[in-house]
Design a protein around this ligand. Structure first.
Ligand code: UD1
Length: 450
């Protein structure tokens, strides 16, 4: 689209900033393929840890300061929710975020308009119950990657003495007889584990979560709550034990680095035939990703600064099954699919966590990939080249995968609904440009819809 048309459509208004709603225009990402990534990339703070820590911050009295929080759209939505329920927030000069709940109660419900923008808003169920024993949280509604029920969250908070009813699209939760309890999760849900940890941290007695999620973000939440005076042990294993305390005290905390952002850039080096140094990572969090990338032929070396990642001479086909941590993360599945599209031979991906996470397939096919899907399984026959095309980011990680495919595709790719990508990747245009990619934001007509 020409600059003149953009100017006409936008009038005299300022350019759209990353992450903002764009009225009649929506953002695209345009990438010219064929420029291998080279250089240094610094990984930002973990989106999924940042979001839950922001929700948990309302459980403490006083000012919480979070360091290493990424400036991404999901964080901005979380700030909007905090402000909407009466919590003050401000970005500090050193890029930390201050979160100051009021002295009394916060507004006890999250609005559907904000909640529908981001499923992580459901984390206010545990933090509001932990703070004030009542919460009205919007049900998340449908989602591009599959049905995302809340039954395990509800089972957990109910076991700890909370009455729960669901009416008019909201969960109404009221803690009547708070008392520690044993909760077995049928599936190690990340969100359910987090919500139960938060309410249990303030519930008298001992609570035990069995078959708990073991993701690094769970450990970060436990460390954060413990730094405020909570008594949580076992986070990172499938049995978490929580002794309830009567109050938590605010402080300062630095969020762990984002293992999925790191993994995405690592695939970027492998797919584009490049070599990059990845900084600000915790290598153990990346083991499942490192192992699979090495199987595809990428060279990965741990050094003092993080990881050095170099593309192999060729990409070998591999099979992947997504699983809860420490299995291969579902949040890296689409990016690996982009890479395997170029691996001569057959690869198979089985998606075990979300039922509808193959929407990326049709978009990659528009770029020349050869992929067939049957239920939860995708079979990928490697092709020689991908071609630039107009494609659409259907969700955050699908968008990231299209960026990766575009880096190596012949010609230019224009990715529609790029706002999904800005939900989770801080400064992606700047970071890729520094690594030598030819990428810029563009605009196209049409409303963005969630
Ligand atoms: C979190 C992450 C997301 C990641 C996912 C799995 C955040 C903000 N998001 O999402 O990026 O992809 O973990 O690693 O941290 N389930 C139930 N009942 C429930 C809850 C979940 O059946 O009550 C099922 C879901 O339908 C899904 C599976 O459990 O099939 C995993 O979901 P869950 O671990 O809860 O993911 P989220 O916490 O939503």
């Amino acid at each position: 689209m020409t600059t003149a048309i953009i100017d006409q459509l936008m009038g005299e208004t300022a350019p759209i900033k990353s992450g903002e709603r764009c009225g009649p225009l929506k953002e695209t990402l345009c990438i010219e393929g064929g420029h291998p990534l080279h250089g240094l990339v610094r990984v930002s703070g973990a989106k999924n840890a940042g979001l839950v820590l922001m929700a948990a911050s309302i459980m403490a009295d006083g000012e919480t300061i979070l360091d290493n929080l990424p400036r991404i759209r999901d964080v901005e939505v979380m700030i909007e929710i905090l402000n909407d329920i009466g919590v003050d927030t401000s970005w500090n000069e050193d890029d930390s975020l201050s979160i100051c709940p009021p002295a009394g109660k916060v507004k006890n419900h999250t609005s559907y308009d904000l909640a529908k923008q981001m499923r992580a808003s459901n984390l206010f169920l545990g933090s509001m119950l932990g703070r004030q024993g009542e919460a009205i949280v919007s049900l998340p509604g449908g989602c591009d990657i599959g049905s995302r029920p809340m039954d395990l969250h509800i089972k957990g908070v109910a076991a700890l003495g909370t009455e729960v009813k669901i009416e008019h699209g909201y969960i109404f939760a009221n803690t009547k007889q708070p008392s520690g309890a044993r909760v077995y999760l049928d599936f190690p849900s990340v969100g359910a584990t987090e919500n139960i940890m938060m309410i249990a941290a303030k519930t008298p007695g001992t609570s035990i979560i069995e078959n708990a999620a073991k993701e690094p973000e769970i450990v970060d939440l436990a460390n954060f709550l413990n730094s405020m005076g909570a008594r949580i042990r076992g986070a990172g294993t499938d049995l978490i034990k929580i002794e309830g305390v009567s109050s938590l005290k605010a402080g300062r905390y630095a969020i762990i680095p984002d293992r999925i952002e790191a993994g995405t850039y690592m695939v970027g080096a492998a797919i584009s035939g490049g070599e990059i140094q990845v900084e600000n990572i915790i290598p153990t969090h990346l083991h499942p990703i490192i192992a699979k990338l090495q199987e595809t032929g990428a060279h990965i070396e741990e050094n003092d600064r993080g990881l050095l990642v170099r593309a192999g001479n060729k990409i070998s086909p591999v099979d992947i099954k997504t699983l809860p941590y420490p299995g291969f993360p579902t949040d890296m599945q689409s990016q690996m699919m982009a890479l395997l599209s170029l691996a001569p031979g057959s690869s198979m991906i089985v998606e075990n966590v979300f039922e509808n996470r193959f929407q990326i397939v049709d978009e990659l096919k528009r770029m020349g990939a050869n992929i067939k899907v049957e239920g939860h399984t995708a079979v990928i026959e490697g092709v020689k080249n991908l071609y630039g095309a107009q494609v659409k980011a259907t969700d955050l990680r699908a968008g990231a995968a299209l960026v990766l495919a575009a880096l190596t595709a012949e010609g230019e790719t224009e990715i529609e609904d790029a706002i999904h990508i800005f939900r989770g990747y801080e400064d992606i245009v700047e970071k890729l440009t520094t690594l030598g990619a030819k990428v810029h934001k563009g605009y196209m007509e049409g409303e963005y819809t969630d």
